[in-house]
Design a protein around this ligand. Sequence first.
Ligand code: ZN
Length: 172
Amino acid sequence: MSSDLRDLYQEMILDHGKRPRNFRALAKANRRAEGYNPLCGDRETVYLEVEGDRVVDAAFEGAGCAISTASASMMTEALKGKSRAEAETLFEKFRDLITGETKAAAGGPPLGKLEVFSGVREYPVRIKCATLPWHTMRSALHGDAAMISTEDGAEASPKDEPRPTTPPARVC
Ligand code: ZN
């Protein structure tokens, strides 16, 4: 990757980290899950409005570092209008992109702008920040447990903790 391109990618992540899109509770959501990454302290709630087989709207709120916020912002943009199967494929492609694995099946929707996260691979500690919203989205889509943690056995956040409503400009 040329350094110009890398700068552009970094800029896009910083932009979404600072001014996240779809950063709100979704009133019409019929799927919802919370994600927590104890290694960094990222907490995110992902909201999905699913109609039949299609994700018609997606949003999130919470507090996290620039990477997790940008990832959730761009993920919610990418999900709108996708079928469940397409959302699942995007999840797999994104995970492959970040981890350097090649488990995703060929075909399906392209990652497009989400490819800006390929640089995260060079920073292993950031991988969980970038994938947190995706794991949370998948859990919401499957209607699994409401709380997802990137660390097995980690303490879930207390339910009565006030949820921050604005994203901090913190970089973990
Ligand atoms: Zn983080």
